[in-house]
Design a protein around this ligand. Sequence first.
Ligand code: EPU
Length: 423
Amino acid sequence: MASEEVLYVEGGQALHGEVVVQGSKNAALPMIAASLLATEGQTVLHRVPPVKDVLVALQVLRELGARVEYDVERGVAVIDASGDISHRLPEDLSSRFRASVLFVGPLLSRFRRAWIREVGGCTIGSRPTDYHYRGFARLGAEVQGIAGGGFDVVAERLAGSYMYCDLPSHTGVENLVMAASLAEGESVIENAASDPEIVDFVHLLQKMGAEVEGAGTRTVRIRGVKKLRGAEHEVMYDRLDAGMLMMAGAITGGDIRLQGVELDHLGIFTAKLQQMGVHTTQDGDWLRVQGPQTLSPINVVTTFYPGFPTDLQPCIMALACVAKGDSYVRETVFENRLGHIKNLRAFGAQLSPEKDNLVIVHGPARLKGAQVRALDIRAGAACVLAGLAAEGRTSIHNLYQLDRGHAYLEDRLRNLGAKLERL
Ligand code: EPU
């Protein structure tokens, strides 16, 4: 068995210099799934980040029968799904990769059948997929559970329908849009999530020939078409990678410039950073981020877009640990996304979890290097930030989690003057 890789961070360096934000994982994933809808032509995606979740998604496509070329250096994926494609998702990959549910919508749409081995919860919560399957059923599909967990979804025909999400679900909307894109007639998805990744994904679908209106609002309408063809698209920049890098500049009291920050996608997040004393200045394509000597405390409540993103909650909690005074951070999107409290305590931070997923962070803590384990992508990113701010050496284990969402992270941080090494 290969020995586990560990990321060592020698903290205490203020970051300086320039860094480029990667392409968006959460926009690229539904686009990769959507390529299955094209019965002619190739789907060409630019700025596809080589993060582990994307590599697994491309492997799922290959195992389904698509031809996939991925130029990692250029970030270009060329996908041809016009040949024979299986409706059965590869079991080993789909059972350990949550975003595999995104393949069900397009397979159902194109073949009227999809089979998936799906698992239950993950470290951030139970992550149900009931909105997805209820929506497929409303389009006319029969959804049957399979022994051991998963679903066999079969439809004789799919007919446009009224669908809804009880809570605005990000991948739920993407999946239902794909499922309805080749159905007969019109569909509506009410209480849809409005995240920028959904808007970007719908742009690709429109280029493929889909008729979708209202992406980015709470009501999305789809008029089914007869067929879809491959198209070319540049994936948006990753707002979560951008946010993480902005906070790396901020927590070290650094002065960095980032290319690829869409401030429109990060409104409340940027306002919160500014309230903490961080200066941000837009200069053409570049955003300058200057961290103060001492950060101010902050109140954060995570919620659906355009609210404060749950995916940036672990990292801003790391910032709150070193801010002068008490901060209040409440997680409302996922019921179990506070596992990083344990990590942050290992660095010497003072945090009091209260009821209802509220955490009071008592700053400022003098963080000391620690040995920690990345629980998920974003908790891992919080450990990197704490390690950058801490005195002494930090070792981060379980890097697979970090690699699921950030590509070349240590190279990019090293270019900013951080001292880190993967061994
Ligand atoms: N929900 C249900 N039933 C469903 C679907 C969702 O109850 O069928 C609930 C969830 O339990 C949660 C809420 O609705 O309480 C919102 O979850 P959502 O469906 O929006 O999450 P997701 O689509 O599974 C995506 C991102 C996550 C991100 C969330 C929230 C992708 C591939 N994943 O997940 O990203 O945290 O939206 O913004 O787009 C990450 O990148 O680290 C990550 C976890």
